[in-house]
Design a protein around this ligand. Structure first.
Ligand SMILES: Nc1nc2c(ncn2[C@@H]2O[C@H](COP(=O)(O)OP(=O)(O)OP(=O)(O)O)[C@@H](O)[C@H]2O)c(=O)[nH]1
Ligand SMILES: [Mg+2]
Length: 338
């Protein structure tokens, strides 16, 4: 009885059945093996959604902005929008924030919008995998745009840049020294900068500081190196990272931001960068799956206590870590032994 509840109805996901989508994403969040056959069945139906990452320091207005982007798409272009809020701490606060505090338009009652928060539970590498897989579900379910909000606190924002086609980095004035608040790594991942809270003093200065950074030779050189490493032709047209000013509270600047999003997507297609990104992502994903799968298969192949014994040998200095490694790898294993 219990196992039957794990079987997913592929057809229902494909037609956008919200309950089935929610169940699927829950299984993905738990990294349950039950999600694998579903993801396999959905995979041929993916590849049409525009995946957009929104990152930035806490409190810069990412959630408010995500809601406004969704409203703008819903009101003016009638596209279906999926929203994933990645919450490093709690599985609920992201969703609560999106649902309760912010009401620009009726996203909650809109069948063309799906909102979900994902808890990361501190798992390294878990974020990118669960997020990418949840985005795949929404993609297959017919959502044209998938917005992924992550708090810019460490590795997550770089991971999100690998999952997303377009990465929006949100800044706000008054977060300390303008330029110091802009972390080095984040400049490289931005396809679009947003200076939100443009109603506040200092927004213009923040925008100018960003513009200055974007125009500095240092960044352009690094960008060119990254592009070259990704196999981009020297003559490939470069994307000019725009700096958009917004007031997410009232929607000011949102039309411009959304048209920049669409422009970036068109650029990715016409320049061939989309294909390159998809390939890079497929490679990173496959390597990560192999790493996890080989490791867990190896652990399963060990005798009970074998790992603990090896640890004791190293800790008591009876064997070096490398000798122990060789011993573990070379002991003949049969798949049946646990
Ligand atoms: N003045 C002003 N306040 C804003 C604007 N956008 C958002 N805020 C406010 O800024 C606060 C933080 O907004 P959120 O959207 O929760 O910011 P966030 O980046 O998602 O925050 P975390 O998810 O906690 O990192 C809220 O009180 C918003 O109402 C804006 O354009 N102007
Ligand atoms: Mg938020």
């Amino acid at each position: 009885v219990k196992s039957s509840s794990k079987i997913f109805d592929v057809r229902r996901v494909l037609v956008g059945d919200r309950r089935e989508i929610a169940r699927a994403i829950s299984a993905i969040e738990r990294q349950s093996p039950a999600a694998r056959p579903l993801l396999t069945a959905l995979y041929p139906h993916t590849g049409t959604a525009h995946i957009v990452g929104i990152t930035g320091a806490p409190g810069t207005g990412k959630s408010t902005l995500v809601n406004q982007i969704a409203c703008t798409y819903r009101q003016k272009l009638d596209v279906q929008v999926g929203i994933l809020a990645i919450d490093p701490t709690s599985p609920f606060s992201g969703g609560a924030l999106l649902g309760d505090r912010i009401r620009m338009c009726d996203l909650a009652g809109d069948p063309g919008v799906f909102i979900r928060s994902l808890a990361t539970r501190g798992a390294v590498g878990g974020l990118s995998r669960s997020t990418a897989e949840a985005a795949q579900v929404l993609d297959a379910a017919g959502f044209d745009v998938v917005l992924i909000e992550t708090v810019g606190a460490g590795q997550d924002e770089v991971e999100i840049a690998h999952t997303a086609h377009t990465t929006i980095v949100v800044e706000a004035p008054g977060l300390g020294d303008d330029i110091q608040a802009i972390k080095a790594g984040i400049v490289e991942i931005a396809d679009i900068f947003v200076v939100n809270k443009a109603d506040r003093a200092g927004a213009e200065a923040t925008a100018r500081a960003l513009q200055f950074m974007l125009e500095s030779g240092d960044r352009l050189a690094r960008q060119a190196a990254i592009a070259a490493a990704n196999g981009a032709d020297k003559n490939t047209v470069r994307w000019q990272v725009p700096v958009c000013k917004t007031v997410a509270l009232d929607g000011t600047g949102l039309d411009e931001l959304v048209s920049q999003l669409d422009a970036h997507r068109a650029y990715l297609r016409s320049s061939g960068r989309l294909e390159a990104k998809e390939r890079a992502r497929a490679q990173a994903n496959l390597v990560e799956l192999l790493r996890q799968e080989l490791f867990s298969r190896f652990l399963l192949s060990l005798e009970t206590g074998e790992l603990e014994d090896a640890v004791s040998d190293i800790a008591s200095r009876q064997m070096s870590p490398y000798e122990t490694l060789e011993r573990l790898l070379n002991t003949p294993k049969t798949p049946e032994t646990r």
